[in-house]
Structure formats: structure tokens, C-alpha cells
Design a protein around this ligand. Structure first.
Ligand code: FAD
Ligand code: SF4
Length: 494
């Protein structure tokens, strides 16, 4: 625990963020952090719950409650309070392969399940995690620690997102020789080419990947397995193959005019910006620019928010974000009690920036698009939008119907589709002859990461569908343990 009376004595405090009007001038991380002494007091707010829900990682009503990695949160909060950085780091790294990523991008289901949050402000768990790992780097405690003995087993990991990286890291630590194949030119999956730089600066990924390289993990980029490299090559040359290719099939919007120029999937837009930023600080112009454009983002989720923030940094003329569901309440509804994930209104960084720049929230709730209007050259110029309402059948099934008379036409020059993801890309599944389910996620043997095809395992979003970085790390670690057991007859991996 922290200090017995800490939660009564100290208020929740987090680092300050750079204000929206200033931070949109660049793509840098805008989150500030508390000095070490204040961090210790935040650790003191942890109150030794009999049952620490923060570290439970349960699914309640299909939503995550508590940390999916079962991070030993009360233990490291105590060690933060007691100013024992080495021990805090050791406890954190026991369960989390990449706190430097989760401490920046995790939506912190731990904090939503913190007992302090039941009737007061929750403990600043995510910020404490940031403090522990960054202190670790600053103090030189994080350095390459290659395994002393090699097992002689060779493992191929396809995909270098958080799931593939976590599996590779664990298996390499165990002494297996691991090669990670990545079709992109940079390692990191959606950490690199999905999540924008202002949320996760890309040198943070390189810093960790370089340590993994020093520890012996081999990375081969620009290597598209099932396309430029045959799947058979991997199954022949390696003792096990782990597929960690993500769930990158975007859900499309099938309305008249969809073929128009200026309509893109969100990740193509976000990836191009990050690549150009890293290659040339945007000087090469090889990105889809929102400068001076009326931008329509379709999808009110986190990916849509990233599109809003990125468009504003480009210098968009206006940004509208469509969300089909109703506006959530400001506080938990009666049927959404603690420690469930709170389904409440969240105004994320991109929306805050839109409010600062344009004076209003960019989100239009219960609204969808019915048509894109194109000019004679095929460029998108307008979008027809309409209000929708929910209709429930007797069996509880929900459908959305258009509200008559609510149609509107708005000016648009750039449309970004952020309507979710459908699952894995079929060419990889076909190349390895693995089966997919109705949602195009790869099927596994019950309670296993094995695909049923000899030697071939699957993990991360490719198995569970589009999720969170913290779940991908969990999946990667669990898959690594199963592979290790299959190769060695037992596993001592956590
Ligand atoms: C725009 C966006 C923002 C997000 N923001 C957040 C956030 O803030 N917080 C959060 O927790 N989660 C966020 N997520 C979700 C999170 O990024 C994913 O759940 C997570 O990255 C999944 O990890 P993964 O390793 O399974 O797959 P991915 O990260 O998708 O990585 C898969 C990798 O496999 C590679 N690959 C695919 N096929 C092949 C092949 N045939 N050969 C070689 N390589 C291949 C891909 O190029 C990719 O690099 C976001 C998602 C998106 C799209
Ligand atoms: S990984 Fe996410 S859920 Fe787990 S302790 Fe860190 S911020 Fe909380």
C-alpha cells in the first residue's frame, strides 16, 4: 500500500498538458509529468484495498475492467511512495513488457476500476507507471540483458506490433532465437503507423527496439510474408511461427459517391503523416494533407479523434466528426456501475483542439452519411448527412433508422473513414492455411493460441480483433508461453 491516510491527505494530481492552441503547432507529445516528489505523494494515495480491482483485468459486460496485464499496481504504488525506484521497476517489468508504451497510450482501465474512484478521484496509476519506467531509463537501469544460454530453437514472428514484440521479447529472454518479419519499413505496427506522434513519439519505440536488437532479436523490415516472402519458407526454416499481423481490414462506408477522390481510410491518412514526419519532417509532401480543407471524419471513436487532431495540425479549414450513437452521459448511468468501464462522455485531445480552434465540439451524434457528392473531375465536394435513431426489436436487437426530414448537406474536401476494423487480411490467413471466423479473426484451438496448423500460432488483434495495446502485450506474452511449452515441454515464462 501507499500511506494509510494518503488518499485523505493528498488530492489526485497529474502532469499538465500544453494548451491546445500551442500544441497543435507541432506533432510533439504534449503531456507534462509530475516531479518525482509529487509522484511519490500520488503513490501514497493507493489505499491497500482488500481486493485490488485495478489489477484484475476482467471482462464485465464485454468491457475491460482493471489492468489486462494484471500489473502489480498496489505493490508498485507503495514502492513509488517509499522512493524505491529499482524495486518499483522490477515489480512493473514482471508483468509488463512495454510500460513505456502503455504509460503513454493506454486508456487506463486500471484507473476506472480503482477503489478510490468509487466515490473520489482514482489513483494516478498510469502516470505512476510512466514515472517508474522513465526513472528506470534515466537511472540507466534499463539496458540490454541478452540470455546467457541459447536453446537452439528458431522462432519466426510475423508482424512487429505490440503483440509480436511482446512475444519476441519473452521468447528471446528464454534463449530461443527470434526473427521478427515486418512488411512496413519501420518496426512497431500500429504503435508506429497508427497512433499519432503526439500521443507516442516514435523514438520511444526505437529506444526499446534497439535494446531488443542488442539482446539478440533480429528484425527484418520490408518483408511481406505471404506476398514477397512465401509462408512455406517460414514453416520449413523455423521451429515455430507466430502470426501477429493485426486486424487491419477497415470497415468501409458503402454509399453513392464512395469512389470519389479525397476519400481515405483513417489509418492510410495517419500512416502517411507519420511516415512523412519521420522521413523528412513533412518536407517531402508525401502525405494526405488536410490543409485548408473541410474535413469530414466518419467515426466518433479514438481513431476518429486521432484524425481530428492530425487534420488540425495540418491546418484544416473545418472538421466535422460523425458518430452514429447518442451522446454519452456526463456521469455513470445506473446500469454502468463501478468497476465497469465508465461509458461517459470523453472529450479527447483532438476534440479539445477542435473546440479551441473552431469554437465548438466537432462531433455530431446520432448522425450518418448517405451520399458523397462529387464534382465533374470526381473530387468529393459535399456530403449528405442524416440523423438516425435507435429502434429495438422484441428480441432486444437494435437497428438504426434514418429520421425523416433531418437530411443536411455539408461542404467537404477530405473524408476520413474511421468506422472500425473487420479483422485480418485474407492473404496472410490463406498463405498459412489458417481458418478465420465470421469476424475474420483467426480461429484457434479452444483456450489456446495454436491455429491447429502444425507449428503455427496466432496472437494479438489478429486473434481477438481490434483491441488495445495493453491486450496485445498480454496476448503476445501468453502466446510466447504456449510456444515455449510446445518447444521445451515446460515453460518458466511469466
Ligand atoms: C489509429 C489507431 C489508434 C489507436 N490508438 C490506440 C491507443 O491510443 N491506445 C491503445 O491501447 N490502443 C490503440 N489502438 C489499438 C492498438 O494500436 C492495437 O490494438 C494494437 O496495436 C494491436 O497490436 P498487434 O500487435 O496485434 O497488431 P498491430 O499493431 O496492428 O501490428 C501488426 C503488424 O503486422 C504487420 N503485418 C501484417 N501482415 C503482415 C505480413 N503479411 N507480413 C509482415 N508483416 C505483416 C503490420 O504491418 C503491422 O506492423 C489504436 C488503433 C488505431 C488503428
Ligand atoms: S497497462 Fe494500462 S491498465 Fe495496466 S496499469 Fe498501465 S495504464 Fe493501467
Amino acid at each position: 500500500m501507499g500511506k494509510a491516510t494518503g488518499f485523505l491527505e493528498y488530492e489526485r494530481k497529474t502532469g499538465e498538458e500544453i494548451n491546445p492552441k500551442d500544441r497543435i503547432k507541432n506533432f510533439k507529445d504534449f503531456h507534462g509529468h509530475l516531479p518525482k516528489e509529487q509522484q511519490e505523494l500520488q503513490g501514497a494515495r493507493c489505499m491497500e484495498c482488500g481486493v485490488p480491482f485495478c489489477q484484475s483485468g476482467m471482462m464485465i459486460k464485454g468491457m475491460t475492467s482493471g489492468c489486462p496485464l494484471n500489473n502489480l499496481i498496489p505493490e508498485w504504488n507503495d514502492l513509488v511512495y517509499l522512493n524505491k525506484p529499482e524495486q518499483a521497476l522490477a515489480r512493473l517489468l514482471k508483468t509488463n513488457s512495454f510500460p513505456e508504451f502503455t504509460a503513454r497510450v493506454c486508456p487506463a482501465p486500471c484507473e476506472a476500476a480503482c477503489t478510490c474512484g468509487l466515490n473520489d478521484d482514482s489513483v494516478t496509476i498510469k502516470e505512476n507507471e510512466w514515472g517508474i519506467i522513465e526513472n528506470g531509463y534515466e537511472m540507466g537501469l534499463i539496458k540490454a540483458n541478452p540470455p546467457k544460454v541459447r536453446t537452439g530453437k528458431r522462432i519466426a514472428v510475423v508482424g512487429s506490433g505490440p503483440a509480436g514484440l511482446a512475444a519476441a521479447d519473452q521468447l528471446n529472454k528464454r534463449g530461443h532465437s527470434v526473427t521478427v518479419f515486418e512488411r512496413n519499413d519501420r518496426v512497431g505496427g500500429l504503435l508506429m503507423y497508427g497512433i499519432p506522434n503526439m500521443k507516442l513519439e516514435k523514438q520511444i519505440i526505437d529506444r526499446k527496439v534497439n535494446i531488443m536488437k542488442e539482446e539478440g532479436v533480429e528484425f527484418i523490415v520490408n518483408s511481406d510474408i505471404g506476398n514477397s516472402v512465401k509462408a512455406d519458407k517460414l514453416t520449413k526454416e523455423y521451429d515455430s511461427v507466430i502470426l501477429a499481423c493485426g486486424a487491419s481490414n477497415p470497415r468501409d462506408i458503402n454509399v453513392p459517391g464512395r469512389e470519389g477522390k479525397g476519400i481515405y481510410f483513417a489509418v492510410d491518412f495517419l500512416k502517411a503523416t507519420t511516415k512523412s514526419l519521420l522521413d523528412s519532417n513533412l518536407a517531402d509532401g508525401k502525405y494526405i494533407s488536410a490543409k485548408g480543407k473541410n474535413v469530414l471524419v466518419i467515426g466518433g471513436g479514438d481513431t476518429g479523434n486521432d484524425c481530428v487532431g492530425t487534420s488540425i495540425r495540418h491546418g484544416a479549414k473545418s472538421v466535422v466528426q460523425l458518430e452514429m450513437m447518442p451522446k454519452p452521459p456526463l456521469t455513470r448511468a445506473e446500469d454502468n456501475s463501478w468497476p465497469e468501464w465508465p461509458k461517459v462522455l470523453k472529450t479527447d485531445y483532438g476534440q479539445q483542439e477542435a473546440i479551441a480552434v473552431f469554437g465548438s465540439d466537432p462531433r455530431l451524434y446520432e448522425t450518418t452519411v448517405t451520399e458523397f457528392v462529387l464534382d465533374k473531375d470526381g473530387n468529393v465536394k459535399k456530403a449528405k448527412i442524416v440523423k438516425v435513431e435507435r429502434k429495438f426489436e422484441k428480441n432486444g436487437a437494435m437497428s438504426l433508422v434514418n429520421v425523416k426530414g433531418s437530411e443536411k448537406t455539408i461542404d467537404v474536401d477530405l473524408v476520413l473513414i474511421a468506422a472500425g476494423f473487420l479483422g485480418t487480411q485474407s492473404y496472410v490467413a490463406k498463405a498459412f492455411k489458417v481458418e478465420t471466423d465470421q469476424r475474420t479473426n483467426v480461429k484457434t484451438v479452444a483456450n489456446s493460441y495454436s491455429t491447429g496448423i502444425p507449428k503455427v500460432f496466432v496472437t494479438g488483434d489478429m486473434r481477438r480483433g481490434q483491441s488495445l495495446v495493453v491486450w496485445a502485450i498480454r496476448e503476445g506474452r501468453d502466446a510466447a508461453k504456449e510456444v515455449d511449452k510446445a518447444l521445451m515441454g515446460y515453460s518458466n515464462l511469466a
